[in-house]
Design a protein around this ligand. Sequence first.
Ligand SMILES: CC(C)(COP(=O)(O)OP(=O)(O)OC[C@H]1O[C@@H](n2cnc3c(N)ncnc32)[C@H](O)[C@@H]1OP(=O)(O)O)[C@@H](O)C(=O)NCCC(=O)NCCS
Length: 325
Amino acid sequence: MTNWFAAPERVDEWIARGSLATLQGERAVLIFRRDNGFWRVYHVAADMVALSQILSEVCGGHEINGVLTTDLVGRATDLEGVAGIYRERGFSDHNCLIRMSRAIPAQSVEGCTEGVVFASPEDVEEASAFLRRLLDPYTDQIPEEAEIREAAVRRNLLLVRHRKALGGLLLFETVGITSHLRYWYVDDGARNQGIGARLMHRFLSLTQASKRLILWVVRDNHDAIEKYRHYGFQPEALVDRIMIRRDNSGVQTIAELLKDIRPEFDFTTSQDFVADGMLDSYDMVTLVSDLDKAYGISISGVDIVPENFQNIAAIQTLLKKYGKA
Ligand SMILES: CC(C)(COP(=O)(O)OP(=O)(O)OC[C@H]1O[C@@H](n2cnc3c(N)ncnc32)[C@H](O)[C@@H]1OP(=O)(O)O)[C@@H](O)C(=O)NCCC(=O)NCCS
């Protein structure tokens, strides 16, 4: 039994980046992948007993600590047993995605695509900050900048500008006869005004040669599900049950969050991240969003000034204001 379905090219990248670790037992292996300051855990086990045993080793003080998540993929009823084992080892349900698909050419969709452009390499940083702001890192698999750049080069990333800023994007991948719609996002303030529709029309016209379109969407995201149904997508039986285990503190440290944003810098040595060129305004937006998610707060606009993000002590003072740290 396994939940490890990674594409070989992704595995090569993760190995090259040093973001994989493994724990080998007699009849099971756990694979850990470092992702935005937490670990995703995958199993390959002979049976439930082997899985339970190896998971108990992780919970018994192995060097992998902090937040752990796992994605259990299959038919909802088939996942109960394995979810129960993770639950016994301290995991709880975080979210659930369903898969939807659309056979082509069941319906063809014609429509306006005005303002939709292919992203260029110059758009990558902005697209990355946009997704980081809107995605939940545990549920959504936030793409690396390298992945976004690759999508831009392959003309798999569509953008729409709205009042000079990025209004929405759609990122997809085509493998053989199947296209996977990975992200379809419109900025919070610009939804329900037809931006998503223009992106979708362009995507559907670009993927006409594919025989099947698939996507994953949060089971409770009724708005998006209705829109997908509108374009002919239907729910499948497959779900992705995301479970999470938090460590005692339950949150990443500020240093860990900063390291995820700019892994190339050592933030513990600088007293002024902005003046030292370690954080720019996009990074600051990302950091605010990460702090909000990690600490369950909502940092107000008036507090988003460089002085509050100058160094770790300044960020701690800011968190104290919100009753954290
Ligand atoms: C989902 C999302 C990208 C849609 O973008 P949007 O700009 O809000 O969507 P639009 O207003 O352009 O509507 C898209 C289509 O749905 C239709 N629609 C709108 N409300 C609808 C409803 N309640 N039921 C069915 N169809 C609906 C629109 O008429 C339009 O269809 P058209 O092409 O025939 O004109 C956007 O709402 C969003 O970013 N949501 C949060 C992120 C998210 O959930 N993404 C998808 C998860 S993977």
